[in-house]
Design a protein around this ligand. Structure first.
Ligand code: NDP
Length: 324
C-alpha cells in the first residue's frame, strides 16, 4: 500500500462504515474510513438504551469506542468531506477514487458507501431564515440552550419523541406537533413522554402541521399552525426542533450510475452489492434500511459489505463465512 492506495475505501463514519472497517481489518484488507461526522447520526443521540452491551450510553461515547476499535485493528478514520467519487478502469485496473480537491485523493479497488441520510427539511417559510436563530435539526446539540424556555418539536417518530423527552429536561414547556393522531415512536419513548405530559410540562398537538416559523428577524417568536389549537393559530415559542427523519444521502454515488429505488434508497443484494461491481453499500441509505433504521441493523450490513468486498477482492469467500 502506498500512502493513498488501499484495498478498500469506506465512505461514511457511522455505525455501518465503522463496522465495515472492523470486519475488513480482521480480513486483513487495508482500509480507510472517510466521513464527515464520527458516529454519523447516531453520535447525536443523547441516550441509547437499546444497543446491546450497554445499559445506557450516549451516541458520542459509543462512537469514540468504535473509533478506538477501528484504530486498534490497524485502520484509520479520516474526518473529512469527500467532494467527488470517480470510477476508472476495468478488471484488474478498476479503481475508485475519493477526491477532496483536484490533486488530493485516496484510491482503492473496492468501495463501501455508507453515507446514511441527510436531515429532511420542512420547506416552510421562516425555516431557513431562522436556522441557528431558534430553528434546529438537532435536539441533542441544542436542547441545553433552551433552559426554562418554550420549545416546539415537529415530528412523531423516535427522533421527535426522544427529542421531546430530552428537551423537557431543560425547557419549561415542550410542544410536540405531529401531523397524525397517534405517535409512532418506540413505546419506551412514548411512556416517558406521557409522564412529562402528566406534569403539564409537555403537550402533544395532534393532526396538525406547522405552516410557518415567525420571528422578529433576530430570533423566532412563534409558529403558525395549519389549524387552531385551543383557539390559537400561533404558538409562542423560543425554539423549533425539526425532527422529521431523513432522506438517503446518495449524492456522492449517483454520478457513478448507482441504482436507487423509487424512494431514493440504494438497491443492494443480500450481500450488500450494488449494481456496480466492487461498489457495496450499507446502513441507512440502503433499501434494506428503508423501514428499519437502527444502529444494530446498519452494523450487520456493514459487516456483510466487508465480507462481500473481501470476496470481490480476493475472489474467494471471506474466512468463516459460509454459504455466500
Ligand atoms: P422517521 O422517518 O422514523 O420519522 C419521521 C417523522 O417525521 C414521522 O413521524 C413523520 O410523520 C414525520 N414527518 C416526515 N415528514 C414530515 C413533514 N414534511 N411534515 C411533518 N412531519 C413529517 O425519522 P426519525 O428521525 O424519527 O427516525 C429515523 C430512524 O432512526 C428510525 O428508524 C428510528 O427508529 C431511528 N431512531 C431511533 C431512536 C431510538 O431511540 N431507538 C432515536 C432516534 C431515531 P409520519 O409518522 O406521518 O410519517
Amino acid at each position: 500500500m502506498t500512502d493513498n492506495i488501499y484495498d478498500l475505501l469506506i465512505i461514511g463514519a457511522g455505525p455501518a462504515g465503522l463496522a465495515a472497517s472492523i470486519y475488513s481489518s480482521r480480513y486483513r484488507l487495508s482500509n480507510l474510513v472517510i466521513g464527515k461526522l464520527l458516529g454519523g447520526e447516531l453520535s447525536l443521540a443523547h441516550k441509547i438504551e437499546n444497543y446491546p452491551g450497554f445499559l445506557d450510553i450516549s451516541g458520542f461515547d459509543l462512537a469514540q469506542i468504535w473509533q478506538k476499535q477501528v484504530e486498534n485493528l490497524g485502520a484509520k478514520v479520516l474526518l473529512k468531506e469527500v467532494g467527488r467519487l470517480e470510477l476508472t478502469g476495468e478488471g484488474e485496473n478498476k479503481s475508485f477514487k475519493a477526491y477532496f480537491s483536484k490533486n488530493e485523493y485516496y484510491q482503492a479497488k473496492a468501495l463501501i458507501i455508507a453515507t446514511g441520510s441527510e436531515r429532511r427539511r420542512l420547506n416552510i417559510p421562516g425555516e431557513e431564515e431562522y436556522l441557528g436563530k431558534g430553528v434546529s435539526y438537532c435536539h441533542t446539540c441544542d436542547a441545553p440552550f433552551f433552559k426554562e424556555k418554550t420549545v416546539v418539536i415537529i415530528g412523531g417518530s423516535d427522533s421527535a419523541v426522544s427529542g421531546a423527552v430530552h428537551t423537557a429536561e431543560f425547557a419549561k414547556k415542550v410542544y410536540l406537533v405531529y401531523r397524525k393522531d397517534k405517535l409512532r415512536a418506540e413505546p419506551a419513548w412514548i411512556n416517558q413522554w406521557q409522564q412529562i405530559e402528566k406534569q403539564a410540562k409537555g403537550e402533544t398537538i395532534y393532526n396538525t402541521n406547522v405552516k410557518e416559523i415567525i420571528g422578529d428577524k433576530t430570533r423566532i417568536t412563534g409558529v403558525k399552525l395549519d389549524k387552531p389549537y385551543k383557539g390559537q393559530e400561533i404558538i409562542s415559542t423560543d425554539g423549533v426542533f425539526i425532527e422529521i427523519g431523513g432522506v438517503p444521502g446518495t449524492a456522492l454515488v449517483e454520478p457513478l450510475g448507482i441504482k436507487l429505488d423509487e424512494r431514493g434508497y440504494v438497491i443492494v443484494s443480500e450481500q450488500m452489492e450494488t449494481n456496480i461491481p466492487g461498489l457495496f453499500s450499507a446502513g441507512d441509505m440502503t433499501n434494506k434500511s428503508a423501514s428499519f433504521k437502527q444502529a444494530t441493523w446498519a452494523i450487520a450490513q456493514g459487516a456483510m459489505a466487508a465480507a462481500s468486498a473481501y470476496k470481490y477482492l480476493k475472489n474467494t469467500t471471506a474466512p468463516a463465512i459460509r454459504g455466500i
